[in-house]
Ligand binder design. Structure first.
Ligand code: SF4
Length: 350
């Protein structure tokens, strides 16, 4: 692979191998935050760069055609990683074997290849719930494994004063505000998703990252506490991102990127393992979303900690009522109840 000048990067191939993390889902019809944040980070630093976005299901129609197209790119980026158990009907995530075959083609030898997402950060899970392989099993064919946050590292890669060779591949965001320059800029990438034209996409939206239970270590098997103190986005930042996606034609959203939606904006995050919900803040968030996206078809949520509801039943009732006022049919507040066995609960700090 040759060294490239980042100011000469005109064409980037962005391949969505899909992701599934405790707080992010990106298997169709869901579009995760990754392609949007990555595209935003590239366009914020290199507005003229063309990003060619494809999903792994499109690529499976012909590996050879995909490789021939990628051979014309200046840089290839794969988003991938399933690190929780899941069964999918809308798409099939990329396997490690497929990634090796696809990116090892001699046609792509001179093109730098970057791996981002959960596989890069946490290891290549062959399947959620099974022991992950080290991400090094994909180096080669990948030249750069981004263990940090994709959007932060790629902002460095496309910064002419830093570039690919000097970028810190472990760089992570210090606060949620660091992603905001990219969320709206990158929204446009969804128009290249195969489900966009027939409105068969649901954009996964981040409200916060990290788990309030990090103060006691969190559940033994979960990566979310490793982010430390949860980083919350402001209501206006979330609403502005939804507005930009809505203006492009997206009509389905899921507030899925958080450990527990009921604790969004709680003043007690960082103080208590099960902070008291802030129903007024959640009501305001949903109200504002409906205001900027009046004709949306889907407004769903994901991830609610039953431990919060058990400890704060009255405040939780108010949150549930606020959600029911604004959301759409078919919504599910997914509870993570891994076990009721006291010994399993004790050993895994559930
Ligand atoms: S409650 Fe447990 S499983 Fe859920 S996000 Fe927190 S650490 Fe992970």
């Amino acid at each position: 692979m040759g060294v490239i000048e980042m100011n000469l990067v005109e064409n980037v191939g962005l391949i969505d191998g899909y992701v599934d993390e405790p707080t992010v889902l990106g298997v169709p019809p869901y579009v995760s935050i990754y392609p949007r944040y990555v595209a935003g980070s590239i366009w914020a630093n290199s507005p003229k760069t063309q990003i060619h976005y494809q999903t792994i299901d499109e690529i499976r129609k012909s590996f050879e055609n995909a490789q021939r197209q990628w051979a014309k790119m200046d840089l290839l980026i794969l988003i991938a990683g399933m690190i929780v158990p899941g069964k999918y009907i809308g798409g099939t995530p990329i396997s490690v074997r497929e990634a090796r075959i696809l990116f090892s083609s001699p046609m792509l030898e001179d093109i730098p290849k970057i791996l981002v997402g959960p596989w890069a950060s946490f290891g290549c899970g062959l399947q959620g719930g099974k022991m992950a392989l080290s991400s090094e099993v994909l180096a080669p064919p990948f030249d750069y494994i981004v263990k940090g946050d994709a959007e932060i590292v790629l902002a460095q890669v496309f910064d002419p004063s830093i570039g690919l060779e000097s970028a810190d591949l472990d760089a992570t965001r210090e606060s949620a505000s660091e992603i905001e320059p990219y969320t709206i800029r990158g929204a446009q990438i969804v128009t290249q998703h195969p489900g966009f034209s027939n409105k068969h996409i649901i954009c996964e939206i981040e409200t916060y990252r990290g788990c309030p239970r990090f103060i006691t270590g969190g559940c033994s098997f979960c990566v979310e506490p490793s982010y430390g103190m949860p980083q919350q986005r402001t209501t206006n930042d979330i609403v502005n991102e939804i507005e930009s996606l809505y203006k492009l034609g997206v009509r389905a959203f899921r507030l899925g990127h958080q450990a527990d939606l009921f604790t969004y904006c709680s003043q007690e995050i960082g103080e208590y393992e099960f902070p008291t919900p802030n129903a007024a803040a959640i009501d305001e968030l949903f109200f504002k979303i409906r205001k900027v996206a009046p004709d949306l078809d889907v407004l769903h949520i994901d991830n609610v900690n039953p431990g919060t509801i058990a400890r704060h039943p009255e405040e939780s009732k108010k949150v549930a009522k606020a959600i029911m006022k604004y959301h759409t049919a078919g919504d599910v507040a997914a509870f993570g109840v891994e076990s009721t066995d006291p010994e399993v609960i004790r050993r895994n700090n559930l």
